[in-house]
Design a protein around this ligand. Structure first.
Ligand code: URA
Length: 434
């Protein structure tokens, strides 16, 4: 098949056949098509889109480009939860052990942070000693024994996505609904769970800037999942301001541990109240949302959720004492408090801008290979819409140096404003179809 014909077809708004898509993915994964040609096709897809059939074929071809994990030796319905990413998003860190404590096997494969979004793997690696590199057998036997294991994406899982994602990242083609949907769902299909709860974020700190695009992305991903015979549900969450108070790897794990102790920030608790029932119902442990939420609350209040988290840490060679002694986490030495220069209402104008502060501090990635500093971060002392008085502390910055802290402060101040009027509160979360 001549690849130029495929590029031209998409350039001219044509529909690619399943055979053309499979041929493209197979040959690109084998290194037989140069990046410059694939870049042209990605841009044509970005500009002209794909219909549902093409998106499904693309997902299937990408999932089949590598291994498909077989989790059938683990009893029970395996439920995965995936977020399209955000700033301060520690939902997976909390939801996974709570769901596991409700009896749902959680075999979680997570990614690293890139750009303004954080990644669950990086966050967990701030726990001294903890490794996310387990063999497939270790991974499965840990899920069987402790109910919960979390690893990085293996090299053999959806390798076509790995190549395409890296290319999209440098060709301005990340923000395309068919490309995002196929990228995420190819990995979900290959990761072997039976049910997926999607959290699709929208806003200034998300890939999808508005609710309509987030709903469209969620709808397409659910359709792909259903065609692959997965049980699917989706929740749309607002990412116009960072979630919770902490942004940064060790700081977010501490905030997640506090949530597992029953002390979740208000907005984090609100997201949990929607995500956890979806996971618990999908896992067959409750019939309705009320019953599911009661199970989740009991898992937290009884201390079982925290115990599952401790067992996971221990099984993955980390130090479980961190759950009681936060001084065991790496914490940066320079602390800068940012204060309000006037009274009024705090308004977050640019959530991604606040996420960028972490990059400035060295705690977020610019390139996939970059080493990051797990000890740096931000603690937001005031949230969007809160009334502040002149001199109040808005933010604490934990940095490796005074210079980094000042650069992060400038970026933060450019991302927020203090106004006389209270900013409009976004609708934080809802189920798709609600
Ligand atoms: N996350 C992914 O895995 N892929 C995308 O394209 C976007 C977010």
């Amino acid at each position: 098949m001549n690849f130029i014909n495929i590029i031209e077809k998409k350039r001219d708004k044509g529909k690619l056949s399943g055979e053309e898509i499979r041929d493209f993915i197979k040959r690109y994964t084998a290194g037989e098509i140069p990046d410059y040609q694939v870049s042209a096709l990605l841009m044509a897809i970005y500009l002209n889109g794909c219909d549902e059939e093409e998106t499904f074929e693309l997902t299937k071809a990408m999932a089949l480009s590598g291994d498909i994990l077989d989790l059938s030796s683990i009893p029970g319905i395996k439920v995965d939860k995936h977020s399209t990413g955000g700033v301060g998003d520690k939902v997976t860190l909390i939801a996974a052990p709570v769901a596991a404590a409700c009896g749902i096997p959680i075999a979680k494969m997570s990614g690293r942070g890139l750009g303004f979004t954080g990644g669950t793997l990086d966050k967990l690696e701030s726990i001294p000693g903890l490794t996310v590199s387990l063999t497939e057998e270790e991974f499965k036997s840990q899920v069987r024994d402790t109910g919960y294991a979390l690893i990085g994406q293996t090299r053999d899982l959806a390798p076509a996505d790995k190549l395409l994602y890296a290319l999209r990242d440098v060709t301005g083609t990340v923000g395309s609904i068919p490309l995002i949907a196929s990228s995420i769902m190819s990995k979900k299909v290959a990761a072997g769970s039976d049910a997926i709860v999607l959290e699709v974020t929208y806003g200034t700190g998300a890939f999808m800037r508005d609710e309509e695009s987030a709903c469209e992305l969620a709808r397409i991903m659910m359709e792909i999942g259903r065609q692959a015979e997965l049980k699917m549900s989706a929740v749309i969450t607002d990412m116009n301001e960072p979630l919770g108070h902490a942004i940064g790897n060790s700081l977010e794990v501490i905030e997640a541990i506090e949530a597992l102790k029953g002390n979740a920030a208000e907005d984090v608790a609100e997201v949990m109240e929607v995500i956890l029932p979806e996971m618990i119902i999908a896992g067959g442990k409750a019939e309705d949302k009320k019953e599911a939420w009661e199970l989740a609350l009991d898992a937290v209040e009884s201390g079982r959720a925290l115990e599952v988290f401790r067992r996971m840490i221990k099984a993955q060679h980390g130090d479980p004492r961190v759950t009681d002694d936060y001084s065991l986490f790496p914490k940066a030495g320079t602390v800068l408090k940012v204060r309000a220069d006037r009274s009024g209402y705090l308004s977050v104008k640019d959530c991604a801008g606040i996420g960028e502060c972490l990059k400035i501090l060295g705690g977020g990635r610019v390139t996939k290979e970059q080493e990051i500093d797990l000890s740096v971060g931000l603690e937001m002392r005031k949230k969007n819409g809160e009334r502040v008085s002149e001199g109040d502390c808005l933010l604490e910055i934990y940095a490796g140096s005074g210079k980094d802290a000042e650069a992060a402060r400038d970026k933060y101040l450019a991302s927020v404003s203090i106004n006389d009027n209270k900013p409009e509160k976004h609708r934080l979360i809802y189920r798709l179809n609600d």
